[in-house]
Design a protein around this ligand. Structure first.
Ligand SMILES: NC(=O)C1=CN([C@@H]2O[C@H](COP(=O)(O)OP(=O)(O)OC[C@H]3O[C@@H](n4cnc5c(N)ncnc54)[C@H](O)[C@@H]3O)[C@@H](O)[C@H]2O)C=CC1
Ligand SMILES: O=C(O)C(=O)Cc1ccc(O)cc1
Length: 307
């Protein structure tokens, strides 16, 4: 594959920026990659592992002359970073971000973007529970969605160029309205993370009573909860504070459903439980049959594939 941007600046050098650096280097998509992180320790680590071509001590230095700037910091830090880099952005450059929330980032970053610079908010739907400059890997985005939420009137050429970079890193792009993005992600990612955090908290209380049994004998479902609950606390604090309404809406609905099931258990209403679980099983099977879960076992869709 070939060069798409001459100079890419990565602000924030964690899992996502690191994975982008590896993916861009693997395929020669950027002429030069500069990087900056707020903490000296992170910059030192990034230098030590050769994450970028140049690690800069200031964000201003990193973005100077860049034709693509990627904001890869926690959602709550996006506005301050945008204010800091704004006077140093090159005319015609594109600024994108990778934040898990879109409307709040647009509100915080948008006002700082100078005329003649394209701002194209984005969100890769790919990640792990690991963070920091050593966490990134080139294949993170492969076969994953990367949503863009461009504002009306954004230069289509700039959006196509960024989409080209994302596709070259192996991801699939789609476009969405920011408010809709935030609602969809509240259902599919933000509320589930909060539920995982809560469930691990509950088990932690119980563990004191049951002498470590909960963790020792935990089956796969609970292990997944503990993996998710090990995610970066700063990042997730910011997600909930900046997608407050949608997350509270979904958690309200979740609580109502939970009470329905709780009552069915109390009343011994096996039929209601069975019907509910049959519906959710059909939803999961529908997702797999539509080929929308690339991680799922094959279930005989492909002739000759192992089940
Ligand atoms: N971790 C995940 O699974 C995913 C994260 N995201 C989003 O990507 C963004 C980055 O997340 P990760 O790479 O996972 O985080 P990370 O915690 O691995 O890295 C964040 C980096 O930002 C730096 N930083 C923090 N505040 C800063 C500031 N004010 N100025 C400069 N640097 C600063 C930190 O030093 C660190 O290098 C977040 O907005 C997050 O919501 C998006 C998709 C998946
Ligand atoms: O590790 C997991 O299971 C994730 O869900 C990763 C993830 C976290 C945050 C995002 O905004 C997108 C993806």
């Amino acid at each position: 594959m070939s060069l798409i941007y001459n100079r890419v600046a990565l602000i924030g050098l964690g899992l996502i920026a690191g994975s982008m650096a590896h993916a861009m280097r693997e395929s020669g998509l950027a002429g030069e990659i500069t990087g900056h992180a707020r903490s000296e320790a992170t910059r030192d680590t990034a230098r030590e592992i050769g994450l970028c071509d140049r690690i800069c001590d200031s964000a201003a230095e990193a973005v100077a002359g860049a034709d693509l700037v990627v904001l890869a910091v926690p959602v709550g830090a996006m506005g301050d970073v945008a204010a800091e880099i704004a006077p140093h952005l090159a005319p015609g450059a594109t600024v994108t971000d990778v934040g898990s929330v879109k409307q709040a980032v647009i509100d915080a970053v948008g006002p700082h973007i100078p005329d003649g610079v394209h701002f194209i908010p984005g969100h890769p739907l790919a990640g792990t529970e690991h963070s920091g400059p050593r966490a990134g890997f080139a294949s993170l985005f492969r076969n994953r969605w990367w949503l863009l939420t461009p504002l009306p009137g954004t230069d289509p050429g700039a959006v196509d160029r960024l989409s080209g970079l994302i596709a070259a890193m192996g991801a699939k792009t789609d476009r969405m309205e920011p408010g809709h993005h935030d609602l969809v992600l509240a259902v599919t990612s933000h509320a589930p993370h909060l539920i995982a955090y809560t469930m691990v908290g509950v088990a932690d209380h119980l563990r004191r009573v049951t002498d470590e049994e909960v963790i020792q004998y935990s089956a796969a479902g609970f292990r997944d909860f503990t993996r998710i609950a090990a995610s970066d606390p700063t990042m997730w604090r910011d997600v909930f504070l900046h997608n407050k309404e949608a997350t509270l809406d979904i958690l309200g609905r979740f609580t109502e459903e939970l009470f329905v099931l709780q009552r069915a258990i109390r009343m011994g209403d096996g039929e209601q439980l069975f019907d509910y679980f049959s519906r959710t099983r059909a939803i999961r099977r529908g997702i797999i049959e539509a080929g929308q879960d690339t991680d799922a076992p094959d279930f005989g869709r492909t002739p000759g594939a192992r089940p």
